[in-house]
Design a protein around this ligand. Structure first.
Ligand SMILES: [Zn+2]
Length: 133
């Protein structure tokens, strides 16, 4: 007597059942709700659009901070200033090319980081003027 493989043993290859599914997003192209998960992608049954599951994960839990090129920044990163910037309360401008080491992210603020240049301490910088070194 043969055992039907689909009924026993390794379940990992089977698609998740309704009970374990998280809410599927609507298709970002046609906005139809007839989407399903296929491996690492969501697929739209209506228009056939596929997009990565990872990219749809809600990022609410942690602030995502990106530099001018869209690279992720993290505490301790080194960044380079991409244009001359005036510094409030200082007569010294922050020069293009200035290296800021060991930046600190600002809680709940995706547009600014804190850091020190060689000349100026306690800078708060807009991430759109920075590039990850
Ligand atoms: Zn679609």
């Amino acid at each position: 007597m043969r055992v039907r493989v689909a009924d026993v043993g390794d379940n990992r290859g089977l698609p998740p059942t309704d009970a374990t599914m998280t809410a599927l997003p609507n298709c970002p192209i046609c906005a139809m709700p007839n989407t399903y998960e296929d491996g690492d992608n969501f697929v739209c049954a209506d228009c056939g659009h596929e997009w990565p599951v990872a990219g749809e994960a809600p990022g609410e839990a942690a602030t995502t901070v990106r530099d001018s090129n869209g690279n992720l920044l993290a505490d301790g990163d080194t960044v380079v200033v991409i244009k001359d910037l005036k510094v409030k309360g200082s007569s010294i401008p922050l020069k293009q090319g200035t290296v800021i080491k060991h930046i600190r992210l600002v809680d709940g603020d995706a547009e600014h980081i804190e850091g020190n240049s060689d000349k100026i301490k306690g800078l708060v910088l807009k991430t759109c003027f920075l590039r990850k070194a």
